[in-house]
Each structure stands twice: as C-alpha cells, then as structure tokens.
Design a protein around this ligand. Structure first.
Ligand code: AGP
Length: 614
C-alpha cells in the first residue's frame, strides 16, 4: 500500500526521491516524507500530512543537499494520517531513518519492551518500533547492518522496510518479512536504488532484482550484497525489464482514470496479441504451459480475487462453465483462505490480481500451494509477488494503470479469461471449432466496439449534471451482467462517494425494491439477450414505484426508449461478451459523476492502488 524509494549514488538525492514518490503516489497518499543524508553524517527529514505536493512545497523552502536518502508515501494503518505519523521514522537520538510498508504485528509488545528500556516514541505507528529496535541492538555493540538483521528477525507479520543511518550515509539496508508489497533493487551506473514498485526507478535503470520474503539487501553506490533469512550471502538473479510503453503522463487527459478508460481498445489488443492466432487454439506454450492431457483432467476451477478482480473472477466462472464445461466457483480471496474449500488434485486455482500484490490474494494462493494444487495467476506484469507463488502467470498486458480505480486492467483481465475459457473448451472439446472461431472473431472486434462507446461521452456528462446530487444508486443486471452491476456500483462508490448497490435483477422483489423511490436512480443492463424480457419486467416494476431508470441497451433495441428515462447505447454483441462491452459505460458514469462532484478521481479518499496489508 505505501510507496517506498531509496537512492544512493553521486547525484543529488532530493529530486530523485521526489520524482520516485510522484510515481508511487497511487500506492498511498495520506502523507509523505523524505530523509536526505549528507556526507557529514547528518540527515534532514521532511514530513507532511496530505498529498505529495505538500511535501514538495516543504522541500522547496530549504533544499537539503546529499547524495543518498529515502522516501515514503503513506496509506495509514496504525495512527492517524498526520505529520507525526508520516514516515520516515527515527530512533531516540535521530541517528536512523526508516520507511516501512506492512504491519508490525507484534508492535505493542516491542514498543513496551523498548519503552521499558528508555526509548522515547513520538508517533502512534507500528513502524516506529523498527528504528528503536535497530537502535537497541546498535547500543549493544552491533554494527548498523547486524542491528538491522537482528531487528528484522524480531518483527512479526508481512513487512517491507528500508533503513539508513547517519554513521554510514551512503549505505541503505532493505529487508522483507512476509508478503507485504515488493522490494525492488535497481542497478544504476554508479548508483543503486530500492523501491516498492518498478515505475519509481524506471527513469534510472531497467535492471532489477526482487527481494524475497526473509531476504535483506545492503546497497552502496557501486555494490549490493544480498543475504537470506539466516544471514548467509546469496546471489540474486538480475532481470532486465522490457521496454514497456509505460507513460506516467496524463497527456491531454484531465485524469489518469479517463486516460485509462480511453486506452482500453489498445490495451485489449495488447492483451490478445498472439493469443488468438494459433491453429491449435489461442495460447502458446511459453504463454501458458498446460498440456492437452492436463487441461482434460481439470475437474474444477476455483477463482479468487478482491474488488474489481473478484468481479472478473465471477464472470470467468460463467465462461468456464458455459464455454469450457468445467464446474467452477469463485470466492473473495479473503474469505477463501479462512474456509475449507473442497479441492481435489485435479482442481485448478485461478487468482486474479492486476498488481499481483494484494495481500489477501497472496495468502489464498499460499493456502492453495500448501495443498499442492495447480494454480495460474493473472497479473498486469510478470515477476509480481503472485507470479512467484503461482505455477504460471498469464500477463494481462494492460500497461501501467495509475488511477486507483481499476478500468483497463478489468477489461484486459476479462478478455484474457474469456480467451482462456475458449482455449480450455477447445482442448476439452466442449466447444466446436467453428463455434470457437465465431467467439474469437467477435473478440477481435471488441476494441472497435469499445472505441465506438468512447466516442459519445457528452451523454455521461449530461447524466452527471442531472443526478450528481443523488445519494444512492442501484445497478441491476442478470446472468453475465450481474457481476458487471456489482462492478458498476463499486466504481461509483469508489470515485464519486455515492452509495451504490449492485444486485442480480431477480433479487429486487426479495427486499431491495423497498428502497426504490424517485430519488434513487437505477442503472439497468438490458442487453438483447435471453433474459431481456425478464430484465424489462424488473425495470417496469421499478418504474411503477417511481424509479428513474438509466438503461444500458443494445443499438438494435427500438422499444427501450419508451420504457426508461435515459438510454445509453452499446453495440449489439453476443450474450457472453456483453459484460465486457457494458462495463465501459459504467466506468464513464462513475468518472463523470466523480468529476461533477469535484472528487479526487485518481486518488479517492481512504484508498490505495494495491492493498498489501490484510
Ligand atoms: C478497483 O477499482 C479497486 N481499486 C480494487 O477493488 C482492486 O480491484 C482490488 O484491490 C484488487 O486489486 P488487485 O487486482 O491489484 O489484486
């Protein structure tokens, strides 16, 4: 959740740290801070509550000079989001500077122990126990590195930590305990970097190593030493990142969210590239390495994810059942890990996590791994933490998504899962080749269909201008469009702070219809599919009770206009692809409502892009 950056080299550290933080702000934006170390064995720390621009303003007043330092952008877990709780944290005498992502589960015990020894704490955070613990070991004769290693071994929970010390200002020590966010070591020329996420260091290097849980790294401008959890020196593989067309610029767009919504046609093309061409069907063996025999043996698919990725998993269940003929189930990763799911050795677990960092999903994956069940993970990038747990990673290739609201990563996860269902169906022979060819042909037209939806955005602005003061919304869909209704409601809540619920339309009469009156707009997905008449019945029932109905309807539907208050048209498409098409107008509704309400679209309150704590 929090963003971390560290630099040691020969250039001025302050601008590099600020630049890194600006690329990590989507990970947390409650407060931010930086420490810059100078050769005379002192450091200057700036901390400020609020967004990064507050910190930037602070650093402009007195620019600290120094060629090493660390920085942090916070998503608060323990202690209010104020300046005192902002990172970096220090020890009693201000010798150390520490930035942290995760939760020190035993911090109360540690704090008590250290307070009894005379340590003075300033903040309410769990993080502050870390510098005090290291200070304690240094006071007892350990070197900075030894003390950090000892400190790391005392900390319980999943944590990523970067530490610096006045005594050795060009040295950075970073360590991980458990699966809390990544720690990436970047190899520059006469400089080394450490960060929680790749974008922060991409401008300086594309050669990286990943720190695994239990590992520690000691960085100096021209070297790095890695140690395992027993303190033994280890070699680590270097990965050279491909030239990804990552752009952190908003270009002509006012917000990343709108840019990313509009990028969907191209992102989907990238997602499907090379996955629709093979004669045998879709995925090549270096993309997905499952033999026909292995696919034929799959007895059940269990899908899991959180938030938007869970909605993708819910849709994938329908495709896996209807197209591939494989019994499938879904669950929230956070629920899955605490129940006792019945999975046999021929089950396949599929996790969906664009970041590959979501703590609950990683924990569910570990649970599956411990049962020796085969698993695939869908992530936006290879080499995520999820990739290291799963047997295989299917990259959704959406390109970097900066807006906290998942948009293009949702549709790219969906097309990847859809193609996977067709692939499984072909291998299991639950779908005829000509039927699969039709589905694939339609899938190739999806970018064009979405492009068309994106051309008429004034209708969403108009809806927002009429209904932006509504305090509640309902989203209704059936079949394939039920998960989309949930996603529409999540998106609206997340970015515009309007209370919204998504329901399967058939559920209305069993309670939720009592909510309906003229102040509650209802967004109904009414594609011309097998459930069309049934959706219309629900809409009529809602209209009879005064509801305002906004329909997402097929272009060819010439009756709908008379039955609802507003119609948003989408291209005619098969039942199974309609949820992908319909999700785009819902993203635009959320976006334009949020803008009209003056919300911080890309960084909604209380949220962070990747949820790396439980
Ligand atoms: C979606 O708009 C949210 N930001 C959130 O629900 C997100 O989808 C969820 O936290 C899962 O993230 P992941 O895909 O990175 O695992």
């Amino acid at each position: 959740m929090c963003g971390i950056i560290g630099y040691t080299g020969y250039s001025q550290a302050l601008p590099i740290l600020l630049d890194g933080l600006s690329k990590l702000e989507y990970r947390g934006y409650d407060s931010a801070g930086i420490s810059v170390f100078s050769k005379d064995q002192t450091h200057t720390t700036y901390r400020s509550a609020g967004k990064l621009h507050e910190l930037k303003r602070l650093t402009e007043r007195s620019k600290a000079t120094g060629v090493s330092g660390l920085g942090h952008t916070r998503w608060a877990t323990h202690g209010e989001a104020n300046t005192i709780n902002a990172h970096p944290h220090s020890d009693t005498y201000g010798n150390l500077s520490v930035v942290h992502n995760g939760i020190v589960e035993n911090y109360l015990d540690l704090k008590q122990e250290l307070t009894n020894k005379g340590h003075l704490f300033n903040s309410d955070t769990d993080s502050e126990t870390i510098p005090h613990l290291i200070e304690h070991y240094m006071k007892n004769g350990a070197s900075f590195e030894e003390a950090t290693e000892k400190g790391a071994s005392r900390i319980k929970g999943a944590n990523a930590v970067v530490v610096m010390c006045n005594d050795q200002p060009d040295k950075i020590v970073a360590f991980r305990t458990g699966n809390a966010g990544g720690v990436i070591i970047g190899y520059g020329t006469n400089e080394m970097l450490v960060a929680s996420d790749i974008p922060a260091i991409l401008g300086y290097t594309n050669t990286i190593s990943h720190l695994l849980p239990g590992e520690l790294a000691i960085l100096e401008p021209n070297s790095v030493e890695f140690k395992d959890r027993d303190g033994n020196s280890i070699e680590k593989e270097k990965t050279v990142l491909a030239n990804d067309p990552i752009s952190l610029a908003k270009g002509d767009y006012r917000h990343f969210m709108l840019k990313e919504i509009c990028e969907q046609p191209n992102a989907i093309i990238a997602s499907l590239m090379g996955r629709l061409s093979s004669e045998e069907g879709l995925f090549s063996s270096d993309d997905l390495n499952l033999t026909v025999k292995e696919i034929k043996k799959i007895s059940k698919i269990m899908l899991a994810g959180m938030g938007t990725s869970l909605h993708a998993a819910m849709l994938a269940r329908l495709w896996m059942e209807r197209i591939a003929g494989i019994p499938s189930e879904w669950d929230n990763s956070s629920e899955f890990r605490y129940r006792e799911p019945i999975l046999d050795k021929n089950s396949l677990f599929i996790s969906v996590s664009q970041s590959g960092e979501t703590a609950d999903t990683l924990a569910a994956m570990e649970e599956v791994k411990s049962k020796n069940i085969s698993q695939i993970t869908l992530c936006n990038y290879l080499n995520t933490q999820a990739s290291r747990i799963a047997d295989q990673t299917l990259q959704i290739r959406a390109g970097l998504e900066v807006g906290v609201a998942a948009t293009k990563t949702f549709t790219c996860s969906l097309v990847t899962l859809y193609a996977l269902a067709i692939y499984f169906g072909l291998q299991k022979e639950t779908i005829e080749k000509n039927e699969a060819a039709k589905l694939i042909e339609e899938l190739t037209r999806l970018p064009e269909m979405i492009g068309k939806i994106l051309t008429n955005q004034s209708q969403y602005q108009k809806l927002a201008s009429i209904y932006h003061n509504s305090s509640d919304f309902l989203f209704l869909g059936r079949g394939y469009n039920y998960p989309v209704a949930l996603e529409g409601a999540l998106k609206l809540k997340e970015v515009s702070y309007i209370h919204a619920e998504g329901y399967p339309a058939g559920e209305m009469k069993h309670g939720p219809i009592s909510l309906i009156d003229e102040s509650m707009p209802v967004v109904a997905m009414i594609p011309k599919d097998a459930l069309y008449e049934k959706m219309l019945n629900t809409v009529n029932e809602a209209k009879s009770r005064g509801a305002i109905v906004i329909a997402i309807a097929s272009e060819s539907d010439d009756e709908i206009e008379q039955k609802v208050d507003h119609v948003i048209r989408v291209p005619d498409v098969s039942d199974s692809l309609s949820p992908i098409v319909n999700s785009v107008p819902l993203q635009l509704i959320s976006y334009y409502f949020a803008v009209r309400r003056g919300c911080d679209v890309d960084q909604p309150r209380n949220l962070a892009k990747s949820v790396t704590v439980e």
